[in-house]
Design a protein around this ligand. Structure first.
Ligand code: SF4
Length: 324
């Protein structure tokens, strides 16, 4: 959870997560909707899906027994070299180095490395250096110590060199080049994305429709259908041609960021008129790139069903403009 998310956000979410899913069996049996609910606010939903996949593998293929070595952990779906090395060294005392961003920074300063340490070849060079440093005894403690040193002392900016327990060995400190070591990560360009969120509303029963999004942004999560703004005019044409529906584009926008995507969007409220001769379900939504079927959820409980921060923002706009 704490990969790419701050501890202040993670700690309460983690407590809630383990309260609801205390064992690998609970995690394996957890349905997608409940999982996303527990993960809501943490972002990077692929991590939740991977946890669920890994738990299923352990329960179904390994009879619920956790692997004990780095190589065995690598066979678990969703478990990469970093996670495998953390678990193998800290839980099973295996001598295998963990390399995260903090470790890359500490080692590149310790050895005054000026090459690009962030590329995959740079990281594998760091891995080789740490593999040579890691001791036979207490490898898990070594890994945690070096990660913690990077997080608290050898910080990205304003490192506390005078308090550092390894300053005598540190080449960057000796050569007075700490500030330029390691070289900065190349920045990934932010991509602007324009979306429309579709909010189907059955006023008669005061319910809105959510669906499992099968493609595009936030795919494999449950929420309001999202379509790229470039496809919105086609959709509006179809909606206009349907006598039993009317739609309204809200004037306010929502904005949201996912990894390097900066999303800005509008909400399109689609309302079924009373006593329709055909129903929303009979429309071939999949031809418009939308999910085939929806679940109608009363607006009074929808908040507990929405799994992403973006969906919550969309519903808040609907609530403010329509429900008041
Ligand atoms: S002396 Fe400074 S640069 Fe070197 S490892 Fe310690 S905190 Fe990092």
């Amino acid at each position: 959870m704490s990969q790419q998310t701050t501890l202040a956000v993670v700690v309460p979410k983690f407590s809630e997560f383990v309260k609801h899913l205390p064992t690998v069996h609970d995690l394996a049996a957890c349905n997608e909707e409940a999982l996303h609910q527990l993960w809501s606010g943490l972002g990077y939903y692929a991590r939740a899906r991977n946890l669920n996949k890994g738990a299923k593998f352990i329960v179904e293929q390994l009879e619920g027994h956790f692997p004990k070595s780095y190589c065995e952990w690598l066979k678990i779906p969703g478990c990469g070299p970093y996670t495998a090395s953390v678990i193998a060294s800290i839980c099973f005392n295996e001598k295998v180095a963990c390399v995260d961003g903090n470790v890359v920074r500490v080692v590149s300063r310790l050895l005054a490395l000026s090459e690009d340490v962030w590329s995959s070849s740079g990281k594998s060079a760091i891995q080789t250096h740490v593999d040579q440093m890691i001791p036979e005894k207490r490898p898990g403690d070594f890994n945690q110590a070096i990660m913690e040193l990077g997080a608290t002392v050898c910080r990205k900016s304003k490192p506390l060199c005078l308090l550092c327990p390894i300053k005598e060995e540190c080449l960057a400190f000796a050569q007075n080049c700490v500030e330029i070591c390691p070289p900065k990560k190349p920045r990934r360009d932010t991509v602007d994305v324009e979306l429309f969120a579709l909010l189907f509303w059955r006023k008669a029963i005061d319910a809105v429709a959510i669906a499992n999004r099968t493609k595009g942004f936030l795919s494999n999560t449950v929420g309001f259908p999202l379509i790229p703004a470039t496809e919105a005019s086609e959709l509006k044409k179809v909606l206009q041609s349907l006598q039993h529906l009317e739609f309204l584009e809200l004037p306010s926008r929502f904005s949201h960021s996912i990894t390097h995507h900066r999303i800005s969007g509008k909400v399109l409220i689609v309302q079924e008129l009373e006593n329709p001769s055909i129903t929303t379900e009979s429309i071939p939504w999949e031809k418009l790139g939308l999910p085939k079927s929806f679940d109608w959820v009363p607006t009074s409980v929808i908040a507990s069903k929405l799994s992403t921060a973006l969906d919550n923002k969309v519903f808040k706009l609907f609530k403010n403009h329509i429900l008041g």
